[in-house]
Design a protein around this ligand. Structure first.
Ligand SMILES: [Zn+2]
Length: 270
């Protein structure tokens, strides 16, 4: 599932290609992907221009002319790819936005993603967007420490909770806890201020590195031009269950916390 660095990369790669483009026609292969429904979506979106692209947590938000917005929920396997010229369509292409230059495709193997059209003025009241906690980059160490202090839940569950902090998913939580040397089961409120500061610094560092590497392509993630990311090559624990810890050599462990597979080093993470 695209997390903050992947959605940020999609936004950065698509922005220069889409800004100012007119949506001439929408060809719908799978209407269930469109909210509030296929007819309403087309009525709101066709004939508009892309003005700007924003990201909030793991959501991409397209601001269109006429006071319209589209929220893209990528979920597990959603992809938004700009193409220009004759190329075979990728498998699982379900939506085609024909533009005045090129074409924007929505591709989704598992079909859990959604594109939601609404009035831009309603974005601030959108139930899912409204609930999102602050982004890591917007937090200082005191705020972050305060968030952790409020909860006895394990760090892994806390950091995955989009209402507490937005943008992190399984990959970047596991990688951050490893780099910070913190056990994923540690209760949030047990962290000292220096530990919380170190964790926040590491989260920001890893997200920044992942963005500059174009995200992590662990399943099928690609950017807005269909290119794979490179940060997966730098993962130190995520997806490396049973392999030696890159720091101490002990076998990396795997467990479930908050129903999510969790990779960690039992020796390095206290
Ligand atoms: Zn280790």
């Amino acid at each position: 599932m695209p997390e903050l660095p992947e959605v940020e990369t999609i936004k950065r790669t698509l922005s220069p290609l889409l800004k100012g483009r007119l949506i001439k026609e929408i060809k719908v292969g799978l209407g269930k992907l469109l909210l509030p429904g296929e007819k309403e979506f087309i009525a709101r979106v066709a004939g508009r221009r892309f003005l700007d692209l924003k990201r909030k947590g793991k959501y991409l938000i397209c601001l269109l002319s006429g006071g319209t917005a589209v929220i893209v929920h990528f979920r597990l396997t959603g992809q938004l790819i700009y193409v220009n010229g004759q190329k075979p369509l990728p498998p699982h292409t379900h939506l085609r936005f024909f533009l005045d230059r090129g074409e924007l495709l929505y591709v989704d193997l598992r079909q859990f993603g959604r594109l939601e059209a609404l009035a831009a003025k309603d974005l601030k009241d959108h139930p899912q967007l409204k609930e999102l906690g602050p982004e890591p980059f917007a937090l200082n160490e005191r705020d972050f420490y305060g968030l952790l202090q409020k909860s006895s839940r394990p760090l892994k569950a806390l950091l995955l909770d989009q209402k507490v902090i937005s943008g992190l998913g399984n990959i970047y939580v596991d990688e951050s806890l490893f780099r910070a040397g913190l056990h994923p089961k540690r209760p949030g409120k047990e962290l000292s201020l220096p530990e919380a500061s170190r964790l926040l610094a590491v989260i920001k560092e890893i997200l920044a590195e992942a963005i500059s590497d174009g995200g992590s392509s662990v399943r099928n993630y690609v950017d807005g031009q269909g290119q794979r990311g490179r940060f997966q090559e730098k993962h130190r624990v995520y997806g490396r269950r049973g392999k030696p810890c890159p720091r101490c050599g002990q076998t990396l462990a795997y467990t479930k916390i908050a129903q999510r597979g969790t990779h960690f080093c039992p020796a390095c993470q206290k």
